[in-house]
Design a protein around this ligand. Structure first.
Ligand SMILES: [Zn+2]
Length: 335
């Protein structure tokens, strides 16, 4: 973060401000903050901020300093981004992904009380269609909000592992899917949800690898998105049983950013697995002061020791990863 400055103002989300902005444009920041009356964020990234080519054109309406060249801006505008939103749904899970070609994916939708928020969040991004609906497993903190999402949007393909429950939340979800005339596509390990063909963008599953488990969490679909050099892993609530299976199959779990399994519970994130992932950022989707004491402090320090910075949705609010397939940066709603 040496020689470029960015004020990232997003049309749809709250204003986002980089650390370097504070350094170079403190006065301007104060003015904009007051003027826009919205919260500002800390920015994380993969230590590639010192590349003016990358930073310059990242957002359409970015401010920039003297090191920044118009030609670079023009060129980098043509690099499409993949954006992964880890939406703060309290105690639950919800990720929304904008693909470079304009298609979208949702992975879970948090508990039922977060459904309206999730719908609003996606609408605010400007979408009325979700091309891929992925349900990692049918626990209410993952599917509770999904009925509202399915009702509210034009829906493409729906994916879920082959496992059923008898809860009314689950029954209502099935009805919502039926009412859109959609059939559920079964998710298991090595399902190719999307493949660009030239390996520039791939969305695949690493789990579940078995057809029956004792714990519903282990049925969780584990997704890996690879966009160019940048790899994002989404663990659902997969626990150590599933992690062990994934490693036994020798699947490549390495990732730059991981959505930590089961809200940072000690039943997931086994040492071997965490080290194999080798993430720079570990995102924990969790509610403040939740009844489960998630995340486990032992698991947080395990991810830290592996080299990852842990970002929690209860502390940072919505977390947004933006990547052009080469570099990425991370914006957060709250500090
Ligand atoms: Zn969960």
């Amino acid at each position: 973060m040496k020689n470029t400055v960015h004020k990232k103002v997003d049309n749809n989300r709250s204003c986002r401000t980089s650390k370097t902005l504070y350094r170079y444009f403190a006065a301007l920041t104060a003015f904009l903050v007051c003027f826009s009356l919205c919260g500002c964020d800390r920015i994380f990234g993969n230590d590639r901020y010192d590349d003016p080519y990358y930073d310059g054109g990242y957002y359409n309406d970015g401010y920039y300093d003297d090191d920044y060249y118009y030609d670079d801006y023009q060129t980098s505008q043509r690099v499409p981004n993949l954006i992964s939103h880890y939406i703060d749904v309290g105690q639950g899970d919800c990720e929304f992904i904008e693909f470079p070609d304009g298609e979208t994916m949702i992975i879970d939708a948090g508990p039922s009380e977060s459904g309206s928020n999730v719908v609003r969040y996606i609408r605010n991004l400007g979408y009325d269609r979700i091309d891929y609906v992925v349900i990692t497993h049918p626990h209410s903190d993952h599917i509770g909000g999904m009925k509202k999402v399915i009702d509210a949007f034009d829906i493409g393909a729906v994916y879920m592992p082959k496992v059923e429950t008898t809860t009314s939340t689950y029954e209502n979800l099935l009805k919502a899917i039926q009412s859109k005339n959609k059939k559920i596509k079964t998710l298991k390990a090595k399902t190719r949800i999307f493949d660009s063909g030239d390996s520039s963008l791939k969305v695949e599953t690493l789990a579940p690898n078995s057809t029956s488990y004792e714990d519903l969490n282990d049925y969780s679909a584990v997704l890996k998105i690879t966009y160019g050099k940048v790899r994002l892993l989404y663990m659902g609530d997969a626990e150590t049983v599933s992690e062990r299976e994934i490693l036994k199959k020798n699947y490549d779990v390495s990732a730059d950013i991981v959505k930590v399994g089961h809200h940072g519970s000690s039943s997931s994130s086994s040492k071997n697995f965490v080290n194999k992932v080798g993430a720079q950022y570990a995102i924990v989707s969790v509610g403040a002061d939740n009844d489960y004491n998630h995340p486990s402090s032992q698991i947080v320090s395990r991810w830290n020791k592996s080299g990852a910075q842990v970002l929690r949705t209860d502390k940072y609010g919505d977390i947004v990863v933006t990547t052009n397939g080469d570099k990425f940066d991370i914006d957060t709603e709250k500090e």
